[in-house]
Design a binder for this molecule. Structure first.
Ligand SMILES: NC(=O)C1=CN([C@@H]2O[C@H](COP(=O)(O)OP(=O)(O)OC[C@H]3O[C@@H](n4cnc5c(N)ncnc54)[C@H](OP(=O)(O)O)[C@@H]3O)[C@@H](O)[C@H]2O)[C@@H](O)CC1
Ligand SMILES: Nc1ncnc2c1ncn2[C@@H]1O[C@H](COP(=O)(O)OP(=O)(O)O)[C@@H](O)[C@H]1O
Ligand SMILES: [K+]
Length: 514
């Protein structure tokens, strides 16, 4: 699913108005109506107090349309105008008048803290104060209103975007954003919903279709995408009846050091579980017995050194190499990696200490083959690209870094983001059960295994992080968040694959009356 920028959203509105020969007020009516339908379906006329807080722009206008429909359908509504500026939008004014014509209960203006109304935890707050038009820091008294909402512990539903959230930067002040329980976002979610610094203001979101021009939606290229099942399904490669293990490539995992051989075992098992035909592990000698005993499907090549990789030499011809899991940062290993990277041309996935070694010797970056995949968690990323101001800045810096070296960077996190050719691919699967040692090693293995089968770097990364997260989502159903361990993510990969083609369960038939 595409994530449109603020400029693209405004352009979509403009084009829709033109092509469908409607007014901007008509489009606002649709937006407000879609909010009403969503609420009405759930509330079914319940007399719960609904407090609609409107700004003075078009987000506020949407709130006024919603308020009007709630009034005409007999809901218990109170409307407030948060007067943060004198410049009201045309469509706000139009709907302000319409609401006044509909009810004697006119909107109440809020100018400062003394005007804050009483709110209880039984009420519903509709937050239609700021939308995507927010372009400067919010005034202190309005931030106090956001905090007042939070203290009230009422169910809070935001229109389009939680008020206070920018579309292109993080708010400077903690608490300067409405803490939403649910966001009803027009047509497309916003990038801020998925970034670690701003996602804390969001519990759930849903995109409401307001009939923005389909051709525009389809043909417009966006920087960011959120990856769901429908996005990764077309990447899936079917197996030919006459295929054999050679068809699916040979993954080589280079890594491990004394005490960290398990990382290589996890990554190598994941290579095969993702579907590669063969896997070989390249480890220090101490890894030989544990790997051969615990994992009979793998072939093992050992380094001359017992505890650390000291030279990377092998006679096989792997399709792809996954390098770095458990490898450590011993000086010998650093030298071995440098010598290897200067001659290697095989496609590469780099993770963990493999990345940390490169961070200390950035001259090595120019030796990475094009489309090398780097899989840093945020701390590893910082060592590679330096510090950033906020998540948006981090993404810009990562884009520039990936472009400079013609590589792909997968930033791991609750919503992992792949950065490639100036585009962002945001994963939608996964859960906090993955916050346990070794799950990153499994991810490296999955991506290596997919590359081995002929998936492109972008496909292997997107499909790999989707499957990895999906596997964890399915695993927690029986393992729970706390007990999930990295090996489970490998076990449940099978279910993640099967789930790609699972049909939705049929709606249970209603028993017919005799
Ligand atoms: N075609 C349509 O009608 C549709 C519209 N849609 C809806 O429109 C929403 C965007 O509306 P919007 O552009 O009017 O901006 P909105 O977010 O309401 O802000 C209002 C104004 O406040 C100002 N301002 C900004 N920051 C400020 C600050 N810190 N403190 C004080 N003032 C500040 C700034 O104006 P400025 O003062 O800069 O001139 C800004 O313009 C979108 O989210 C969606 O809900 C949908 O219904 C689809 C169809
Ligand atoms: N809260 C979370 N929600 C979803 N995924 C998570 C969460 N925490 C961690 N992950 C995922 O788990 C993996 C952890 O990787 P990493 O930090 O490298 O761990 P390790 O080095 O122990 O293998 C990444 O794929 C990351 O995206
Ligand atoms: K809002």
């Amino acid at each position: 699913m595409k994530i449109f920028s603020k400029e693209q959203i405004y352009e979509g509105d403009r084009l829709t108005i033109k092509k469908q020969n409607i007014s901007s007020a008509d489009l606002m009516e649709r937006a407000g109506m879609s909010l009403f339908n969503w609420l009405d379906l759930r509330l079914k006329g319940a007399p719960v107090p609904i407090l609609v807080f409107c700004g003075i722009g078009n987000n506020g206008g949407d709130g006024l349309v919603l308020a009007r429909h709630l009034v005409t359908h007999g809901y218990n509504v109170k409307t407030f105008v948060v007067d943060f500026s004198d410049t009201r939008s045309q469509d706000f004014l139009h709907n302000y008048e319409r609401l006044k014509e509909t009810t004697k209960d006119w909107p109440v203006s809020i100018h400062d803290e003394s005007d804050f109304p009483e709110i209880t935890n039984k009420d519903i707050i509709i937050d239609a104060i700021f939308g995507v038009g927010l372009n400067r820091p919010v005034a202190d008294w309005v931030i106090n209103l956001f905090k007042y909402f939070k203290r009230a512990e009422a169910l809070t539903i935001s229109v389009d975007i939680p008020s206070g959230l920018f579309t292109d930067r993080s708010p400077k002040q903690e608490g300067a954003v409405v803490k939403s329980n649910f966001i009803l976002s027009f047509q497309t979610p916003k990038l801020a919903f998925f970034l670690p610094g701003t996602s804390k203001y969001i519990e759930q979101w849903e995109a409401l279709d307001i009939g923005i021009d389909q051709e525009y939606m389809q043909n417009t290229e966006t920087v960011a995408h959120i990856l769901g099942k429908l996005d990764v399904l077309p990447m899936y490669k079917q197996r030919d009846k006459f295929s054999h293990k050679g068809t699916f490539g040979h993954g080589l995992i280079i890594g491990g050091s004394y005490g960290k051989i398990g990382a290589v075992q996890l990554a190598s098992r994941a290579v095969l579980a993702a579907g590669a035909g063969l896997v070989t592990a390249y480890v220090p000698t101490c890894g030989y017995v544990p790997l051969q005993s615990a994992f009979p499907e793998a072939m093992v090549i050992t380094d001359a050194d017992d505890k650390h990789i000291s030279a990377i030499n092998f006679e096989i011809t792997p399709t792809v190499i996954g390098l770095g899991v458990g490898i450590g940062t011993d000086k010998k290993t650093g030298d071995a990696l440098e010598a290897f990277l200067k001659t290697n041309t095989t496609p590469l996935v780099l993770d963990a200490d493999g990345l940390n070694i490169i961070s200390k010797n950035k001259n090595l970056l120019v030796h990475l083959p094009a489309d090398t995949i780097l899989t840093p968690h945020p701390k590893e990323l910082e060592r590679l690209i330096g510090v950033w101001e906020d998540d948006f800045d981090k993404l810009e810096k990562t884009k520039a870094f990936a472009e400079k070296y013609k590589i792909l960077v997968l930033i791991k996190g609750a919503n992992s983001i792949a950065v490639y050719q100036n585009k962002l691919y945001i994963n939608s699967t996964g859960n906090p059960g993955l916050a346990t040692g070794g799950t990153g090693d499994v991810l490296t293995g999955v991506i290596t295994g997919l590359l081995a089968q002929g998936y492109s770097a972008l496909e292997a990364t997107c499909f790999g992080m989707y499957l990895h997260g999906k596997s964890a989502d399915l695993a927690v159903e029986t393992k729970g968040y706390q007990s999930l361990i990295a090996s489970d993510v490998i076990t449940y990969l099978a279910d993640a694959y099967l789930d790609l083609f699972a049909q939705p369960a049929p709606v249970a038939e209603q028993p017919t009356q005799a």
